[in-house]
Ligand binder design. Structure first.
Ligand SMILES: Cc1cc2nc3c(=O)[nH]c(=O)nc-3n(C[C@H](O)[C@H](O)[C@H](O)COP(=O)(O)OP(=O)(O)OC[C@H]3O[C@@H](n4cnc5c(N)ncnc54)[C@H](O)[C@@H]3O)c2cc1C
Length: 368
């Protein structure tokens, strides 16, 4: 497994990661992209609404053009579906090296290289580029392991014929339920979808509520579980990973509490509990961040922590670079002895151009 030491390991196959890969490929650096999603541009596929137009936006004061024409969205906006299709063709045509469904977990400093630890084993690289964007799905915090719980809906038909649990109280959870109910309706499947939320009320917009209402009136079988808390991830006697979700807790005077709980096979569960910024990952990696204090930051709020990077996007962990949406809307830039907040708009333009500068820096360091 350790036979190959890549020049560059790239985490995430969004605009930033793929641009990095393409430039490595063009300049003869060996590289590998590790993407947690099923497909490239999974971050965009998950967050853009259907039919959304993609704009080739460029900040007014940005001096550079798009540094990689091949990945730039067209001037005349196209739908997200056609931009994704174009990028997929491009990646195939260039034969870029990407492994999907690999979850990045950690980095270890070894004598010969940096070892990237993932859900699919370890990989070695001289440099690591973190381009995992800003939308890191929140993990369920339960006692035990809940890694098998899905965080988005890739294929609604997988949930046909089974009782499904969707966790989360917002629009994303509601959208997932609508799509599952639709898939079930098409094949007359009456197994219910349970919708669990820790609060007593749900929080969806009018348009989503209307679509959900329509599905229910058309026969959608949905069971609401309010005040429901995911508690335990466990393996049952048959070796099935299960998630226990607790409802209706009755505190007893004698200190022995009574509660109702449901236990679902984890493969039946989708948790749509929002996303978080990458700061917890930076902490885990030992990448330094700095808290903004009054008067120092103009973009970030007081107390918010920003990652500390060199002018070449290298973090305080040697050989580990961070680019793209992961460092937006601002980061702390070290330049000639001073540190200041640097604006970094979350745009495809920024992601592409960061990749250009990082690959130039790495080429310089590796003399390639
Ligand atoms: C609704 C919406 C509309 C937008 N419209 C525009 C627009 O019109 N024009 C524009 O310029 N910008 C737009 N943006 C912003 C633009 O999409 C982002 O700036 C851009 O996607 C950032 O690219 P990235 O590669 O840094 O991150 P992402 O696109 O988020 O890609 C990160 C990738 O890393 C993967 N990943 C995450 N965690 C891990 C992990 N642990 N292990 C492995 N892989 C991981 C993700 O699955 C994802 O594929 C929009 C954003 C949103 C949300």
């Amino acid at each position: 497994m350790y036979a190959t030491i890549h020049d560059v390991l790239i985490i995430g196959a969004g605009p930033a990661g793929l641009s990095t890969a393409y430039l490595c490929h063009k300049h003869g650096l060996s590289y590998l992209v590790l993407e947690s999603g099923k497909v490239i541009f999974q971050g965009i596929a998950n967050t853009y609404p259907e039919g959304k137009l993609v704009y080739a936006s460029k900040p007014k004061d940005a001096p550079e053009p798009f540094m990689i024409e091949e990945l730039r969205p067209p001037d005349k906006p196209v739908t997200v579906e056609s931009y994704l299709q174009y990028v997929q063709h491009f990646v195939q045509h260039e034969n870029l090296h990407i492994q999907t469904e690999v979850d990045f977990e950690d980095i270890r400093d070894d004598r010969d290289a940096l070892t990237v630890i993932t859900s699919k084993g370890n990989f070695k690289g001289k440099k690591v580029v973190l381009s995992f964007g800003s939308n890191i799905p929140r993990e369920l915090s339960v006692y035990g392991d809940a890694k098998m719980v899905a965080k988005n809906l890739d294929d609604a038909s997988k949930y046909v014929g089974i009782k499904t649990l969707v966790i989360g109280g917002g629009n994303t959870a509601a959208d997932v339920i609508i799509n599952i109910l639709k898939a079930k309706r098409e094949v007359n499947d009456t197994h219910p979808v349970y919708w669990a939320h820790k609060a007593e009320t749900f929080d969806v917009n009018k348009e989503t509520a209307q679509r959900l209402g329509e599905e229910i009136l058309l026969g959608g079988n949905i069971r609401l579980l309010t005040g429901a808390m995911p508690r335990i991830g466990e393996v049952d006697d048959d070796g099935v990973d299960r998630l226990v979700i607790r409802m209706n807790e009755f505190k007893q005077a004698d200190g022995i509490d009574l509660y109702h709980a449901l236990s679902f096979p984890m493969k039946n569960v989708i948790a749509c509990i929002g996303s978080q910024g990458p700061v917890p990952i930076f902490d885990k990696l030992g990448v330094q961040t700095i808290a903004c204090t009054a008067g120092v930051c103009k973009i970030a709020k007081e107390g918010e922590r920003l990652v500390l990077l060199s002018s070449e996007f290298e973090s305080t962990r040697k050989g580990v670079y961070v680019i793209g949406g992961a460092i937006s809307p601002s980061y702390m830039k070290i330049s000639t002895g001073s540190i200041s907040e640097e604006k970094h708009p979350n745009l495809i333009y920024t992601a592409i151009n960061d990749a250009y500068h990082v690959v130039e820096a790495i080429r310089g360091k590796l003399s390639k």
